[in-house]
Unconditional design. Structure first.
Length: 87
């Protein structure tokens, strides 16, 4: 597993990348809906919404993966920080 190579602390810090990914989700979703429905007036009538949609899909998969990763590493990381008695 990747956490075995990086270590628990670095893996847990890596999961912090999920914060901007989740923060961008409403923007991406709103942009895709507006571009697909023609709700945005632009100078170019054919605006491609696929890059936004693929970014949304990729971000969603990463966010779900990070969510599961946090719960798999959290007990061992807490034991490292506070001792096995408090984990």
């Amino acid at each position: 597993a990747m956490s075995d190579l990086l270590g628990r602390k670095q893996s847990y810090a890596l999961f912090g990348l999920g914060i901007p990914i989740v923060g961008m989700t409403p923007y991406l979703c709103h942009t895709v809906v507006d571009l697909a429905s023609g709700g945005v007036t632009t100078s170019c009538p054919e605006v491609n919404f696929w890059p936004y949609l693929m970014t949304f899909y990729t971000g969603s998969v990463l966010a779900i993966t990070f969510y599961g990763g946090v719960f798999s590493i959290l007990p061992a990381y807490i034991a490292d920080l506070f001792g096995q008695k408090h984990a």
